[in-house]
Write a protein that binds this ligand. Structure first.
Ligand SMILES: O=C(O)c1ccccc1NCC(=O)[C@H](O)[C@H](O)COP(=O)(O)O
Length: 265
C-alpha cells in the first residue's frame, strides 16, 4: 500500500482524533453509543443476500483522492433509498472529510432513510473513532490491515464487537493476509480484499483472484474496488466470491438503483 497517501491520511486522522478527544471523553462517546438503537446486523444481511446470489455493499462516495469529485449532485438520503431499491444488502458511507469529501452526518442521513445496515468507511486507528462510529449509528466499521499492527487490529476489532458492530478487515496483499491470519482475526471479521493499488490508484481484479487460493476454506471474502460492470461480478462469482463493495461505478450513474440492478443482472 502506498506509504504516501496512506501516511498522509493517517497523519490527518491523528489530528482529528486529538480534536475529537478535546470534544468528547471516552465515557461520553460510550454514553452516546449506548443511546443508539441496536446495530442492524451488517454481516448477517450481507450473508443472507450472498446465500441467494450476490451481496452488495453499495458505497456512498462523493469524491476520492484518485478521482476528485465523483458526484456533484450528492444527497445521501436519496442515494440510500436508491441503493435499497436496487437490491443492495448494506451501505458503506465515507465519513472522511479531507480526502473523500465525506461527513459523519452523511452516515446518519443515509441510515435514517433506509433499513439497510451501514458501514462507517474511514481510517480507524483509535478506539475513540469506534465509539464515535456507534454514536452516529454505524452498524459496522472498516479496519485496514496496512494501517495497523496485529495488536491494534485485535484491540479495535474487539472494541467494535463489544459495541455490537461487525468489522470489515481489509487487506491488499499476501503480507497483510499473513498478519490477519497470525492475529487470529479471520473468523471474527469479514475479510475485504481491496483491488486498488494505492501507489498507482489502478484497480486489478486479479488482486482478489490471486489471494483467494491462500485463504482458509469457507472464508467470507468481500471484493472491493474496481467493480464496474456485470462481467466483473460474473468473473468473481465464477471464482466463488459472492460479496462485493462497489462505489464509483454506481455513484456516477443518474440512477444508482438502475445501475445496481444492471450490475446484478
Ligand atoms: O478510492 C480511492 O481513490 C481511494 C484512495 C485511497 C484510499 C482508499 C481509496 N478508496 C477506498 C475504497 O476502498 C473504495 O472507496 C471502495 O472499495 C469502493 O471502490 P470503487 O468501487 O472503485 O469506488
Amino acid at each position: 500500500m502506498s506509504e504516501d497517501i496512506l501516511q498522509r491520511i493517517l497523519a490527518v486522522k491523528r489530528e482529528e482524533i486529538t480534536a475529537l478527544a478535546k470534544r468528547h471523553s471516552r465515557a461520553s462517546l460510550h454514553g452516546l453509543a449506548d443511546e443508539q438503537a441496536a446495530p442492524r446486523g451488517f454481516a448477517a444481511a450481507l450473508s443472507k443476500k450472498a446465500a441467494h446470489g450476490v451481496g452488495v455493499i453499495a458505497e456512498i462516495k462523493r469524491a476520492s483522492p484518485s478521482k476528485g469529485l465523483i458526484r456533484a449532485d450528492f444527497e445521501p438520503s436519496w442515494l440510500a433509498r436508491e441503493y435499497q431499491s436496487g437490491g443492495a444488502a448494506c451501505l458503506s458511507v465515507l465519513t472522511d472529510e479531507r480526502f473523500f469529501q465525506g461527513a459523519t452526518v452523511y452516515l446518519e442521513q443515509a441510515r435514517g432513510a433506509c433499513d439497510l445496515p451501514v458501514l462507517r468507511k474511514d481510517f480507524m486507528i483509535d478506539e475513540l473513532q469506534i465509539y464515535e462510529a456507534r454514536a452516529i449509528g454505524a452498524d459496522a466499521i472498516l479496519l485496514i490491515a496496512a494501517a495497523l499492527s496485529a495488536g491494534q487490529m485485535g484491540e479495535l476489532a474487539a472494541c467494535a464487537t463489544e459495541l455490537g458492530m461487525d468489522v470489515l478487515l481489509e487487506i491488499h496483499d499476501r503480507e497483510e493476509l499473513d498478519a490477519v491470519l497470525d492475529a487470529g482475526l479471520l473468523g471474527r471479521c469479514l475479510l475485504g480484499i481491496n483491488n486498488r493499488n494505492l501507489r498507482t490508484f489502478g484497480t486489478r481484479l486479479e488482486t482478489t483472484l490471486e489471494l483467494l487460493p491462500l485463504l482458509p476454506e469457507a472464508t467470507d471474502v468481500v471484493t472491493e474496488s474496481g467493480i464496474g460492470v456485470a462481467a466483473d461480478v460474473k468473473r468473481m462469482t465464477d471464482a466463488g466470491v459472492r460479496r462485493f463493495l462497489v462505489g464509483e461505478s454506481l455513484m456516477r450513474q443518474s440512477s444508482p438503483a438502475a445501475a445496481l440492478l444492471r450490475l446484478l443482472a
